[in-house]
Design a protein around this ligand. Structure first.
Ligand code: AMP
Length: 214
């Protein structure tokens, strides 16, 4: 089963992607996670992508496509995957489509997690991430037991640079300009499913499993 998660940054597609991965036994592939891991490890790739991410801009297609295609070419992706944060532009979608078509394959579902911009702004600017293990909390919705401290590892929680208000606004405008056209792209392919992402996490997941089956 090959699934694409669509939706604005902060729509909750990462959380749902992880739940799908667990339920259906496919890897969760997040380009954002791959980039953040590289930044944390101080790799050349990390240095290159950080300047885009910190400004709320997309990493150039050429670089992103290479990273993603390497990842989905690995053995564990043979029976499928759930893509979270890729594709984010029409050219990225076209490369993926073409590569799959050459293997006689295709994406099964593009799930669009729909959330209004105002809700996203509240969610993202309230998010706090652990500087050490990456666990995420929310100052209102998922507060840590002790303010500013990670429940999982006891290290400091911080507002990620890409979750700051100005960056979130920039990311939303980038989303509307560059990523939203994918909704049309996958609608035309007949595989787009839109779900209400403002519902409770578990209810959102139920809408998804209703689509994907058991
Ligand atoms: P995410 O965790 O998916 O919200 O991604 C965080 C940041 O990584 C984005 O704001 C982009 O700067 C970069 N990024 C992640 N995925 C992509 C992609 N498919 N294309 C371009 N940039 C990406």
């Amino acid at each position: 089963m090959k699934i694409i998660m669509l939706g604005a940054p902060g729509a909750g597609k990462g959380t749902q992607a992880k739940m799908i991965a667990d339920r259906y036994g496919v890897p969760h592939v997040s380009t954002g996670d791959i980039f953040r891991a590289n930044i944390k490890d101080g790799t050349e790739l990390g240095k290159e992508v950080k300047r885009y991410m910190d400004q709320g801009l997309l990493v150039p297609d050429e670089l992103t496509v290479k990273i993603l295609m390497d990842r989905v070419g690995r053995e564990d992706c043979r029976n499928g995957y759930v893509l979270d944060g890729f594709p984010r532009t029409i050219p990225q979608a076209e490369v993926l489509d073409k590569a799959l078509a050459e293997m006689g394959d295709a994406i099964d579902y593009a799930i669009n997690v729909d959330v209004p911009d105002e809700t996203i702004i509240g969610r993202m600017t309230g998010r706090r991430a652990c500087v050490s293990c990456g666990a995420t909390f929310h100052i209102v919705h998922i507060p840590p037991k002790q303010e500013g401290i990670c429940d999982a590892c006891g290290k400091e929680l911080k507002l990620r640079d890409d979750d700051k208000l100005e960056t979130v606004k920039k990311r939303l405008s980038v989303y509307h300009e560059q990523t939203q056209p994918l909704i049309e792209f996958y609608t035309e392919k007949g595989i787009l499913k839109t779900i209400d992402g403002t519902a409770e996490m578990q209810d959102v997941f139920t809408s998804i499993t209703d689509i994907l089956g058991n």
